[in-house]
Structures are given as C-alpha cells and as structure tokens.
Unconditional design. Structure first.
Length: 166
C-alpha cells in the first residue's frame, strides 16, 4: 500500500476517534472535516447549520472540492450502518488522498449513551475503497488504529468503551 494511503488512514483514524469522543457524551456529532497539508500541518472545520443533513452536504462539498488545497482530508458524519444486528448508529468516515485520487469509507458503529446498556464503540467496518486495485485492508486498519491511538483523550474513551461483539 502506498504511504500516502497509510497517511490518509492515520488521519481518518485520528478524526474518527475525535468523533467518537464527541458522541460519547450523548450528543449527535456536528459534521467535521479534518485535513492535512503536504507539510503535515492539520486543521479541522465543523459544519453547523439548523439541519444536520444540510451540514453533512456542506461537509461533503468541502471534501469534494478540496477547499483547503490539502494533501488529504476526512469527513466524519453521524449516521447509521446496516449490519446483521440491524440498523446501528455509526460515524461514517470518508477519507480522500487527493494526490493519489484514492479514497475509502469506514463506518464506526457505536451504541449511544442513552441506550439501556450505555455507550459502546464497535469494530470499524470498511465500506468501500476506490482508486486502489487491490486494497491491503490489514495495512489500512493498522494505520487507521495508529491514528486512533494518536488522539490520546479520544483513544482512552474508545478503549474504555470498546465492545467487539458487533
């Protein structure tokens, strides 16, 4: 796997962890765009409107248009994923490596704090990978979790609430 895709997966893990940290208190995540410049510097935008759908659309537009002229970017939105267990709350993480024209989408299922059994984070699920002929999912996952671990506060929340049953 190209090192640019590893860097993109690490960025995705970092901002996915940030999103998990945000929803762990019971709130819905405000869509966020995390981005990394070629020099390694990072930034983040949040898309706040009265309508979460509109906020997500604005975030999607920013991701597609590469508004910060970054090397890579990640959009994280609160949504759902359909698993064997049924419809499940999840953070949907869309990551793009602009130079390599590659992207992937990961769902991070979670159980909201308001549930009778409390907050939990489940195993991430790769939904799609584009622009790479034969994705190395193990390497992508390893880089993703390196990104999760690099966000110290969020990694602690993730680890403390990990439920790998789903």
């Amino acid at each position: 796997m190209l090192s640019a895709m590893q860097a993109t997966a690490e960025l995705a893990g970092f901002f996915a962890a940030h999103g998990i940290w945000c929803v762990s208190d019971g709130d819905t995540l405000t869509p966020l765009l995390g981005y990394e410049q070629a020099d390694g510097s990072r930034g983040m935008d949040r898309f706040v409107t009265d309508d979460l759908g509109e906020s997500a659309r604005r975030g999607q537009g920013a991701l597609q248009n590469n508004e910060h002229e970054s090397a890579r970017a990640v959009l994280v939105v609160d949504g759902y994923v359909h698993l064997d267990a049924g419809r499940t709350d999840a953070l949907i993480v869309e990551a793009v490596d602009y130079a390599g024209s590659a992207s992937f989408k990961v769902a991070v299922p979670y159980r909201p704090r308001q549930s009778s059994t409390g907050f939990a984070v489940h195993r991430p699920k790769f939904v799609e990978v584009t622009g790479v002929q034969q994705p190395d999912y193990a390497a992508l996952a390893q880089a993703f979790f390196a990104g999760v671990d690099s966000h110290e506060e969020a990694a602690a929340v993730w680890s403390d609430h990990l439920d790998e049953t789903i």
